[in-house]
Unconditional design. Structure first.
Length: 364
């Protein structure tokens, strides 16, 4: 007889939310995590009093009332709006694209003036890739200075070979509004994200530094069901080939004698010559007047097996490959697949939480 009702592989939001909700409903669960900490890519580590986003910036934003009230039972948020600064060879532009950007780029002062400028240089026709989609949205000048170099560094591919769907995540506004997100609720947990996972997994057996695949049969045997949140292609031993991901790595430095390195949380470097895509200054996410500042330089990294996968490359070839894996997963009675890697989907945090809550309701 199985020891647990559910063995959950992965302690990011999908796995941790499922673990908490199932435990609350009387189910016996355990969580296994290959890293030496819980929280997945949302993990924050306190360094010199600064809550460092170890796997890149995470700003919680949602219009989902249920998700917002659900997560607020575990942590208090402080209001935070992401205002990204773009640096093109020393020229500074605000992101997302808005009237401040258009004024700096072209000297226009009205929405009509900005629209006329974009219209005069926009891509005509039906966009088929990211380069064409970007120019259809904001014209050639902004594409060349603020999109092309950054995106090609980030994805390590020419924009002409990237799906147009990627650029649709970037908002374009004809107002003087630098807030990156439009959501009703926006913020960052006071004290960082890790405490959320500590509360979600309280009184649950958690095995860190434990690779599910090292003893897959053993862990499968311990659970009536398995909730798997890792890469779906790895689960099936790459039967249909490797799915493609965007990956990154960071170089970090603590400045004990400097309280302000760049004046903002995130600065994107949009030229093609600068090797890193952005610089992150972590104290601005949760500024409690800490002394010193912790800075991370984010570099793109070629993806291969063994490299940490971050963002799925949802182009036609990869999606077709994923659909083959998805069909296999739908034939599984014992294993439930969920989360960004298992569903090969670019989820934001609130979307993962909503998906996990719905999955638990379905399971029960």
């Amino acid at each position: 007889m199985a020891k647990y009702d559910y063995v959950i592989v992965g302690s990011g939001f999908f796995g941790a939310v499922c673990a908490y909700e199932l435990k609350e409903k009387g189910k016996k669960v355990c969580v296994i995590e290959k890293r030496d900490h819980i929280g997945g890519n949302c993990y924050t580590e306190e360094i010199e009093g600064i809550h460092v986003h170890k796997y890149g910036p995470h700003i919680f934003h949602t219009n989902n009332e249920r998700v917002w009230h659900w997560i607020n039972q575990f942590v208090d948020f402080h209001q935070f709006q992401l205002n990204i600064v773009a640096n093109y060879k020393g020229e500074i532009y605000p992101l997302p694209f808005n009237m401040y950007t258009f004024n700096k780029m072209w000297g226009v002062r009205t929405p009509e003036g900005a629209k006329e400028k974009i219209e005069s240089q926009k891509f005509e026709g039906n966009p088929t890739n990211l380069a064409e989609q970007a120019q259809a949205l904001v014209g050639k000048d902004i594409y060349e200075k603020l999109i092309k170099g950054y995106t090609e560094k980030q994805w390590m591919k020419p924009c002409m070979l990237l799906p147009k769907s990627i650029i649709k995540r970037l908002p374009v506004r004809f107002t003087y509004n630098n807030n990156y997100f439009n959501d009703k609720y926006q913020g960052i947990p006071i004290g960082g994200y890790t405490q959320i996972f500590e509360r979600l997994l309280e009184d649950i057996e958690v095995f860190t530094e434990t690779d599910y695949f090292d003893k897959k049969d053993f862990w499968d045997g311990l659970g009536e069901k398995v909730i798997y949140t890792g890469p779906i292609d790895k689960y099936y031993d790459y039967k249909y080939g490797d799915l493609e991901y965007k990956s990154v790595h960071w170089m970090n430095k603590m400045y004990k004698s400097k309280d302000n390195y760049q004046g903002c949380a995130v600065m994107n470097y949009t030229d093609s010559e600068t090797p890193y895509t952005r610089i992150i200054e972590h104290k601005y996410f949760d500024n409690q007047n800490q002394e010193g500042t912790y800075v991370s330089w984010e570099y793109p990294q070629p993806y291969e097996r063994g490299v940490e996968p971050f963002y799925p490359v949802n182009d036609k070839v990869n999606n077709e490959k994923y659909n083959k894996y998805k069909k296999l997963s739908q034939q599984q009675d014992k294993v439930i697949f969920g989360g960004r890697l298992a569903e090969y989907k670019y989820y934001d945090m609130h979307q993962v939480i909503a998906s996990a809550l719905k999955k638990v309701e379905t399971l029960l």
